[in-house]
Design a protein. Structure first.
Lengths: 398, 303
């Protein structure tokens, strides 16, 4: 069965071809019309109305045929090469596509995976959640630790950089509506940079600032992070996965889980992270502060930028009332940023949040992929202590 | 307490007791052991500490309506300048001067805002500290109270109802006026009116044109700017667009004024409180634009 990510990818890339074959917008389903209307509207915004010919000659239609083989204008290999260049190796390693790779490409894709991501074994992790006091006189923001079991997964070694995100922007990521959550389609046109081009808020003319190619991308909403994740064949990590990567729990028999407060240990050490007073007061390249590495090899979990996760931030009064619909569209943020002032807010356990549409100067993201989504028999057999399961539609989309 | 022993008559102490100690804020005489001024309720410890210095201390005040964020702003400012390596540094004179930053930061680290400042002057947090900068050889004494917004507007509406505010505004060397940037953005006119009221009140204080408020520095700060980031881009343009009345009064009556934007929380959320009502919570602490207004005031005054 094809995963939703795969479907999204197929939908996004097959759209122009489908339009040519169907003979116009009238016969297209709603979502496909959305792809084209978004393209149209974006171009109108830039005062460059496209001709129909121009519209049909969008980037080549890369489709996956019924056999699961890639048809890329007869040049599947160049598409694979391009995807490897753009850090979309996770997509190539999906069971549905892995058969298209030559041995050399398979090795390169797996090398890219092991260089770009860290393996975190499955197991239990304590995640701090707000308690349902809701009383202004009592301790209002009380916390309790909830034990959550996670399956094995890979997590990006570094936050997603400007250079990586640029590939997404350049290859029409903001115009492929199929990789965006439908509820955000009206807002996608407003996801522009300082000069009105599609892209992160603080870029100019569709480009990041010179010298910041290795800086984490910031000024992206949760939806943009999510769309990039689908394009790259990954997903946003859950809260529990993020915490597990940093706190690296150890379960000793007869003892509560031993978890680190910081990736490097228990004590605050601002020299290991780009926080208020320890850095230049802005983002730095993702390779800096290497001493803040986690046990599993994940860098910059603490400091530099807050990171979006897939989960919602549930306030204590909402936590009490499970039946009520969510009042505020807040998504969870983890890790602290270069301007995080308080020590207790730059830990593995602290949870903050922001509006899903917020595009802030200090919020970026990193991505994950479940072990069960990749056919890596050696790794999954040895390291996934839990029974692997298919991710739900919601999880995969998140 | 009389323990049944003869206490030696200490003439020096008696003489001191007979001499009136003037309150630092209102100048009214008080006895040596008075804790607060009998006239304005300002703490007398300020007067005692100031006596040890030859020059009278600088006085700054943070003014604004209730809930605008004066306590958070002052607490954060004091913490940043006393604990972080900055060019300007503040060091507390007396333990009571640390209370404001301690209570503010304790609340913020629990992801709460500090509780409302009571209207009674003897329950305000007063700060007496020394300001050090690379330009000054000697530290400058500085007094800053955390005035309750309700008391301030009571004094504006009914002059001399709060003697301490009347006296303080007469003596202050500069003020930081806080205006809620989010309310302005939402189209509320209240903040504009509050600002106009406050500035009009200040401009009517004092008769001498050389020392009147027209010549003293006024920093106008859009608070909660983290929730309306437009403020940060160009605070003056923001004032012109969203608070035209306030902007006009500044242009006409205050020679030294400047607009700033400041924010302490990176994001806020609201939640229901048991018993009804809503409460705002800071989701994380990321101070922006906190030091700049104070730095400008200090540079304008300390030359």
């Amino acid at each position: 069965m094809q995963t939703p990510n795969m479907l999204a990818w197929i939908c996004a890339t097959a759209a122009p071809l489908a339009m040519v074959h169907s003979g116009g917008l009238k016969k297209l389903p709603g979502w496909l019309s959305g792809v084209f209307s978004a393209t149209w509207l974006r171009r109108l915004r830039h005062k460059k109305p496209p001709s129909l010919d121009e519209l049909f000659s969008e980037p080549p239609a890369d489709v996956v045929g019924p056999s699961g083989r890639i048809d890329h204008g007869g040049d599947a290999q160049s598409l694979v090469e391009e995807m490897l260049t753009h850090s979309r190796y996770a997509l190539l390693l999906r069971p549905q596509l892995i058969g298209n790779l030559t041995n050399d490409q398979l090795v390169r894709a797996r090398t890219a995976l092991s260089e770009g991501m860290c393996l975190v074994p499955g197991g239990d992790v304590l995640v701090r959640r707000t308690t349902g006091s809701g009383d202004a006189d009592a301790e209002p923001h009380g916390h309790e630790d909830v034990s959550v079991r996670v399956d094995g997964y890979f997590l990006d070694r570094y936050p997603v950089t400007n250079a990586q995100y640029y590939q997404f922007v350049r290859h029409g990521g903001y115009e492929q509506m199929a990789i965006w959550d439908p509820e955000v389609w009206p807002a996608v046109l407003d996801f522009v940079d300082q000069t009105g081009h599609a892209g992160p808020r603080f870029w100019r003319r569709g480009r990041y600032q010179r010298g910041e190619d290795r800086h984490p991308v910031v000024g992206v909403s949760w939806y943009e992070a999510s769309a990039y994740a689908r394009w790259a064949g990954k997903r946003l990590p859950t809260d529990a996965e993020w915490v597990k990567s940093g706190s690296w729990p150890v379960a000793l028999p007869g003892h509560p889980l031993l978890q680190r407060r910081y990736p490097w240990g228990e004590a605050v050490d601002r020299s290991r992270a780009n926080l208020w007073g320890s850095g230049p007061g802005r983002t730095v390249a993702v390779e800096e502060f290497p001493s803040g590495v986690s046990v599993g090899g994940v860098q910059q979990l603490i400091g530099n930028v807050w990171e979006w996760t897939a989960d919602r931030l549930v306030l204590d009064d909402e936590a009490n009332d499970h039946s009520a619909p969510p009042r505020q569209k807040l998504k969870s943020l983890r890790g602290g940023a270069f301007d995080t002032y308080l020590d207790n807010q730059a830990t593995c356990h602290f949870q903050s949040g922001d509006d899903m549409l917020a595009r802030k100067h200090n919020i970026g993201f990193r991505l994950a992929i479940s072990l069960c989504d990749l056919p890596l028999p050696d790794a999954s057999d040895d390291l996934s202590s839990e029974e692997t399961r298919e991710p739900s539609l919601e999880e995969t989309h998140a | 307490m009389n323990r049944g022993v003869a206490v030696e008559l200490d003439s020096f102490r008696l003489a001191n007791y007979a001499t009136q100690v003037p309150c630092l804020i209102c100048d009214q005489g008080n006895t040596l052991d008075a804790e607060v001024c009998r006239n304005c309720y300002a703490p007398m410890v300020l007067a005692h500490q100031a006596q040890s210095r030859h020059a009278p201390p600088l006085m700054f005040a943070a003014l604004g309506p209730s809930g605008v964020g004066k306590t958070v702003y002052l607490g954060m400012l004091l913490d940043m300048l006393s604990r972080q390596p900055k060019e300007l540094q503040l060091s507390a004179r007396g333990g009571f001067s640390v209370t404001l930053q301690q209570t503010t930061l304790a609340a913020l680290s629990r992801c709460e805002f500090p509780s409302k400042t009571p209207s009674e002057p003897d329950r305000w947090n007063w700060v007496h500290c020394q300001l050090r900068s690379p330009r000054q050889k000697q530290p400058v004494e500085l007094v800053m109270p955390d005035i309750a917004g309700e008391a301030l507007f009571e004094e504006i509406d009914h002059p001399r109802s709060y003697q301490v505010i009347h006296s303080l505004l007469g003596r202050c060397h500069g003020v930081m006026i806080l205006i809620d940037g989010t309310k302005l953005q939402s189209g509320s006119l209240d903040e504009d009116y509050f600002g106009m009221k406050l500035l009009s009140h200040l401009s009517e204080l004092g008769d001498d044109p050389k020392t009147s408020w027209g010549t003293r520095p006024v920093a106008l700060i859009f608070s909660k700017a983290d929730q309306c980031e437009m403020c940060f881009e160009d605070p003056t343009a923001y004032a012109q667009r969203h608070a035209p009345g306030l902007w006009r009064v500044c242009q006409q009556r205050f020679r030294k004024h400047k607009f700033f934007a400041a924010g302490v929380a990176g994001a806020c959320a609201t939640r229901n409180v048991r018993g009804g009502g809503r409460q705002s919570l800071p989701l994380r602490i990321e101070p922006r634009g906190i030091v700049e207004p104070f730095e400008w005031l200090a540079q304008t005054l300390v030359r």
